[in-house]
Design a protein around this ligand. Structure first.
Ligand code: BJW
Ligand code: ZN
Length: 257
């Protein structure tokens, strides 16, 4: 029996005739590639730090070498891994439905490397650093050093225009999200018929509003997470399990409803 035949009939129904699918991803979608989730990010030599305390402009100004070292360590990890079956299924889903909008909170590029295009990155990217002072992008980012050998601190480069410190191109706590990406994400949530939320704890705003916006506009909301989530009685579902295992089944259910 195909796995989707055990899913609730209302969910099976919602998977037929999708016109606009929004896929909203968090760190869990990259977990099976070997990238620790944000709230598990401080492993190994970083285990004594608090991720939320490092992901702020204040932390960068207080100790730029520590914060730059953390982001370069994370960028080096991302460059060493590959997209997993969840990223690949999402890229393939775009070929199976009339319209798909992919919104991610992730700062890696694994969706793009799996073949997704026009990804809305709400929290920026590890791969596009810019000047803290004048916002000018850093033209070439050298390959990260191997920071796995106990070295935590790394001096950030200096801006070629104004001499300011280069910072990671991510959105830290207290900073505004990229305006166009957020506007497009909210508009997509309001107009979709199915919102698939994959691998996010839903703790960080304003991104965490996106599934609610879709539900309030009448869409069905489907979460994929190994942690069972509390869902509304109507039009909201949670498939409990790993994204890399469940998303290929979801893709198969859409291809063969
Ligand atoms: C699997 C899996 C597998 C595991 N398969 N799943 C309203 C109320 C309260 C607070 C606020 C509010 N509005 C704004 C705020 C403040 C703040 C905020 O939300 N704080 C909360 C913590 C309470 N928000 C902001 O500051 C935002 N800016 C803003 O609002 O500007 C306006 C403003 C300015 C000033 C004052 C007031 C307003 C900016 C938020 C930017 C967040 N950026 C980060 C860091 C990016 C850089 C970096 O990566 O270092 O983005 S925080 C971090 O959390 C990162 C992530 O994108 C984001 C979400 O995390 P995510 O992806 O959900 O990961 P995890 O680790 O939390 O969860 C992983 C999930 O995967 C789990 O559920 C697992 O079970 C699951 N999983 N394996 C599927 N195999
Ligand atoms: Zn500058």
């Amino acid at each position: 029996m195909h796995l989707s035949e055990t899913w609730p009939p209302a969910l099976q129904q919602a998977l037929t005739n999708i016109r606009h699918l929004v896929v909203f991803t968090g760190a869990g979608v990259s977990a099976e590639s070997g990238i620790p989730t944000f709230r598990d990010a401080l492993t190994g030599l970083w285990s004594t730090f608090d991720a939320e305390a490092l992901a702020t402009p204040e932390a960068f100004l207080r100790d730029p070498e520590l914060v730059w070292g953390w982001y370069e360590w994370r960028r080096s990890k991302v460059l060493q891994v590959q997209p997993n079956p969840a990223h690949q299924a999402i890229a393939e889903l775009a070929r199976q439905v009339p319209r798909l909008t992919l919104i991610t909170q992730n700062v890696d590029d694994l969706h793009e490397r799996a073949g997704s295009s026009s990804v809305l990155h709400l929290h920026g990217s590890l791969h596009h650093p810019r000047c803290f002072r004048c916002a000018h992008p850093l033209e070439t980012l050298p390959d990260p050093l191997d920071l796995s050998l106990g070295e935590r601190r790394l001096a950030p480069p200096r801006c070629g225009h104004c001499g300011g410190l280069i910072r990671p191109g991510v959105v830290w706590f207290g900073e505004m999200l990229p305006e166009q990406a957020l506007t497009d994400a909210f508009a997509a949530a309001r107009s979709c018929d199915l919102l698939l939320s994959v691998g996010t704890s839903g703790l960080v705003y304003p991104a965490a509003q996106i599934p609610d916006i879709a539900w309030q506009a009448g869409a069905t909301v489907l979460h994929v997470n190994p942690q069972p989530l509390v869902v509304r009685a109507e039009r909201e579902f949670c498939l409990t399990g790993l994204a890399g295992e469940l998303l290929p089944h979801l893709l198969a259910a859409l291809v063969r409803p």
